[in-house]
Ligand binder design. Structure first.
Ligand code: MG
Length: 381
């Protein structure tokens, strides 16, 4: 029996992770759940899964303690205690399903405690990938990605020699704007952007998928997770989102991982690795699809992708600046303060203003993050 802590249990990844645990309840049990805002769902999840620990925002603690007074559960503060939760000796696996850079502290704590870490969150790896990977190596932690593309690469690489690897082909469904002309981008509303054709996800990541910033983040993430040079990561648009990513070997062979678009599969694999178990999902029927298509990304239409790749090459604290500026700009877009096209314009300005620093210590990351947030807010005004 493995004990699973889910950070961000009320978001789409968290809900799917609970479905997986319910499906595999002979082998996994929920030890902890956390939710920043959605305390009502956290309450019902707590009643159902009976975790030993839960955490939520301070303002919801009073309600939850009262509502769950008949249940034995320790309630914690989501802003203060996630690092502690991730390091608890009874935790075996930490699923990082919460969005944003706030995941960095529990992520570092989990790797320093030698846990199995299953991250769906990409911001933490984008801003501090070097630090996370070196701490994981030093403390014997295992990182098994949940993000569908990174999971696919992880699966394709299994049992192979790193020296046989020539390239990684990171697939992108293309987001909501694949077939929208650049000219009409200025008229796009929040609702247009949130209509992702293939994946149902949180708002922030859906906006990032539309701008392809999400794919740019995944380039940075893949660089760290698989120790690749940015030049060896190729982005290919694949609207059907059936091939979740591919690796190319020295002899030119390409190995792909294909499956239905359902996050339960990569989540389950991260939990059961290296074992494979039935998922109960409908199998992939390729004949039903008939055709799968692949296209080169349009870097002019989606400047966020080239910006992120450039940032990935430069490294240092720049990915952190990119991420922080993007978080603030996306939020401003979702609040109706700026247009969609303004997001990448703003982010690029902030990236160009940043003085490069090669260091990637936690303190530099925090400073760069804070600086970028303040500058972006000022710029948006
Ligand atoms: Mg992805």
């Amino acid at each position: 029996m493995k004990n699973v802590l889910i950070l961000g249990s009320t978001g789409s990844i968290g809900i799917n992770a609970l479905k997986v645990i319910e499906h595999l309840s002979d082998s996994f049990r929920v030890i902890g759940l956390t939710a920043y805002n959605n305390y009502r769902l956290l309450e019902s999840q707590t009643r159902k899964f009976r975790p030993k620990y839960i955490a939520t925002h301070e303002k919801n603690l009073g309600y939850l303690k009262k509502a769950l007074s008949g249940i034995k559960v320790k309630t914690m503060d989501v802003e203060r205690d996630l690092g502690l939760m991730a390091s608890l000796p009874e935790v075996d696996i930490v699923v990082i399903a919460m969005p944003g850079s706030a995941a960095l502290i529990p992520f570092l704590s989990a790797v320093r405690s030698g846990k199995i870490v299953a991250p769906a969150n990409k911001e933490a790896i984008v801003i501090a990938g070097g630090l996370i990977m070196s701490e994981a190596g030093r403390n014997g932690a295992k990182i098994i990605p949940v993000d569908s593309e990174q999971s696919a690469i992880f699966q394709c690489l299994e049992g192979r020699n790193k020296t046989d690897l020539r390239k990684v082909h990171l697939t992108a469904s293309g987001g909501a704007l694949l077939n929208t002309s650049r000219k009409s981008f200025d008229k796009l509303t929040v609702k247009d952007i949130l209509a992702h054709p293939r994946w149902k996800m949180g708002k922030k990541i859906t906006v990032d998928s539309a701008s392809l910033m999400n794919k740019g983040f995944e380039v940075i993430e893949a660089k760290w997770l698989f120790d690749l040079s940015v030049e060896d990561i190729n982005v290919v648009i694949h609207p059907e989102a059936i091939v979740h990513s591919m690796i190319e070997l020295t002899d030119g062979s390409i190995i792909a991982q294909m499956a239905v678009t359902d996050m339960r599969l990569p989540i389950q694999y991260a939990l059961t690795y290296p074992k494979r178990l039935p998922t109960g999902l409908r199998p992939l029927d390729l004949a039903q699809w008939g055709k799968l298509s692949f296209l080169r990304p349009d870097f002019n239409k989606f400047p966020a992708l080239s910006l992120a790749i450039d940032v990935a090459k430069k490294g240092g604290a720049l990915p952190c600046v990119l991420n922080a500026a993007n978080e603030v700009a996306v939020e401003a877009f979702l609040n109706g303060e700026i247009k969609f096209t303004k997001i990448v314009e703003v982010v690029e300005k902030i990236v160009l203003r940043h003085k490069p620093c090669k260091s990637v210590k936690l303190n530099d990351i925090n400073l760069a993050d804070q600086w970028a947030r303040e500058e972006t807010k000022k710029l948006i005004g």
